[in-house]
Write a protein that binds this ligand. Structure first.
Ligand code: ATP
Length: 252
């Protein structure tokens, strides 16, 4: 698969209990774009990511990655192109060393051990954690685990990085490191988060979801400055765009 655009057309999904989580969603993401998906709790962000990855399949509508439709029979092709970093790194890391976790994907796709080594070492280097390769993932700090989870996805050389809440539970320095890391990647990126300052620092475009629908989409700065729109979707402007409560000056 080359660098493909992602097209989502009239997507619908209801959970088995009848709860409609995605209600007629359509959008396009172009190669190389960095797109933030924001919305209040329950807006449908995680459900949308699971649909993109084919973890669950839509009731109707289509998701097309390049010229391949997300469907049961195309899952292996889709998952080579889209790499997802889960919100909780513990859901992604399960081997006894960081290296084995990062090498897991390439090994699973039956690359030779020589290729596996090249792919894993490159991914560790890209994320800047080569020095952690022999450590046990469960003994790492939260920030280190997040980096290891990113490396375990990058080793498969995906075209698109899908990140669910990449900055959650990180201290300010680790959060900034993840932001800088994301900005250093040339991949197409789809990022969901409640950390709208992080979205502002990493995304050019933003899609705002509410109750399973798209309420707005456009330039990140324009959307994130639109207090009325954000308020109507249960969100608040990024802290750095709000005025200081003491002197009423803008932070930036
Ligand atoms: P959050 O920001 O809280 O993570 P979200 O935007 O990711 O929320 P989703 O988790 O996608 O929202 O949930 C969308 C809707 O689907 C919500 O109404 C939620 O209650 C519902 N939902 C999520 N998981 C299930 C499930 N397994 N069964 C039934 N309904 C579900």
């Amino acid at each position: 698969m080359g660098k493909h655009k992602i097209e989502v057309k009239n997507l619908h999904y209801s959970y088995p209990d009848g709860n409609q989580a995605i209600d007629d969603i359509s959008f396009v993401i172009n190669p190389g774009e960095s797109v933030g998906i924001i919305g209040a709790n329950g807006a449908g962000k995680s459900t949308l990511l699971m649909l993109l990855m084919g973890i669950i399949l839509s009731d109707s509508g289509k998701i097309i990655v390049g010229d391949v439709e997300v469907s049961k029979k195309n899952l292996s092709t889709i998952r080579r192109s889209l790499g997802m970093v889960f919100q909780n790194p513990d859901d992604q890391l399960f081997m006894t060393s960081v290296y084995d976790d990062v090498a897991f994907g390439p090994r699973n796709y039956k690359h030779s051990e020589e290729e596996v080594k090249l792919m894993a070492e490159k991914a560790l280097e890209l994320v800047g954690i080569s020095h952690l390769k022999d450590r046990a993932p469960f003994k790492l700090s939260g920030g280190e685990k997040r980096c290891a989870a990113i490396a375990s996805v990058l080793s498969m050389r995906p075209n698109v990085l899908i990140m669910d809440e990449p900055s959650s539970a990180l201290d300010p320095k680790s959060r900034r490191r993840i932001i800088n890391l994301l900005n250093s990647f040339e991949h197409t990126k789809i990022i969901t988060s409640h950390d709208l300052d992080m979205i502002m620092d990493t995304c050019q475009r933003v899609i705002v979801m509410k109750e399973g629908t798209i309420k707005a989409e456009g330039n990140a700065m324009e959307i994130l400055k639109d207090e009325k729109l954000l308020d109507s979707c249960g969100l608040e402007m990024p802290l750095s765009l709000q005025n200081c409560p003491i002197c009423n000056m803008k932070y930036r």
